[in-house]
Ligand binder design. Structure first.
Ligand SMILES: O=C(O)c1ccccc1NCC(=O)[C@H](O)[C@H](O)COP(=O)(O)O
Length: 203
């Protein structure tokens, strides 16, 4: 069954909603330029209220290594998702399992993937204006090709309406959504979250 990560969680209430709807993982964004940014205290409170077996993923964009590692330790993150121009060496120095995000513009965007020895790859749409959370899609055929390199988490412009088609076409290890299940940036829509997870998992 396709694993689902609900990204850009900013409150314990939205985390509970995602978990009750069947999410496998929640994403917490540590990037001040994002409208979904959380601070250490907020993130620690959210994680403290989670039940067992839910993975916590911290998302960073070109952050200093010490900040990534200290945040992971203090918040109790299970995984780190790196959404900027982080190098393979940087990923290897993170004290957590890493998912490296690639912002896909075309086939050339996949070329660096094999040089990253990471737990998985998030494929998101390229946008010149933002590092993620844009609601934009990319060519899913490229995600099919990228599966040669390891577990793929498909992201970018997924919604309750298109996620079943995305899963059928790509058969990814997991899917990741942020803006497609929101009422406003950083605030999740309960019904969209439920519908997204049901359709991603084919329930
Ligand atoms: O959500 C953000 O604001 C954000 C900012 C900078 C880097 C990544 C960000 N979000 C990552 C995600 O939430 C998702 O992994 C992915 O980008 C999908 O977003 P969406 O198209 O909105 O579903």
């Amino acid at each position: 069954m396709t694993r689902v990560k609900i990204c850009g969680i900013t409150s314990a209430c939205d985390a509970r909603l995602a978990v009750e709807a069947g999410a496998d993982a929640i994403g917490l964004i540590f990037f001040e330029k994002s409208p979904r940014n959380v601070d250490l205290e907020q993130a620690a409170r959210i994680v403290a209220e989670l039940p067992p077996f839910i993975q916590t993923v911290g998302l960073f964009v070109n952050a200093p290594l010490d900040f990534v590692n200290e945040t992971a330790d203090r918040v109790g993150l299970d995984l780190v998702q790196l959404h900027g121009e982080e190098t393979p060496e940087f990923c290897a120095a993170v004290r957590r399992r890493v998912m490296k995000a690639f912002r896909v513009k075309g086939a050339e965007s996949l070329v660096p993937m094999p040089s990253y020895r990471v737990a998985g790859y998030v494929l998101d749409a390229y946008s010149p204006n933002a590092h993620g959370g844009t609601g934009e899609r990319f060519d899913w055929d490229l995600a099919v090709q990228a599966k040669n390199y390891g577990p793929i988490v498909l992201a970018g412009g997924l919604t309750p309406e298109n996620v079943a088609d995305a899963v059928a076409q790509v058969v990814p290890y997991g899917v990741d959504v942020s803006s497609g299940v929101e009422l406003s940036p950083g605030k999740k829509d309960p019904e969209k979250v439920r519908q997204f997870i049901l359709r991603a998992k084919g329930l």
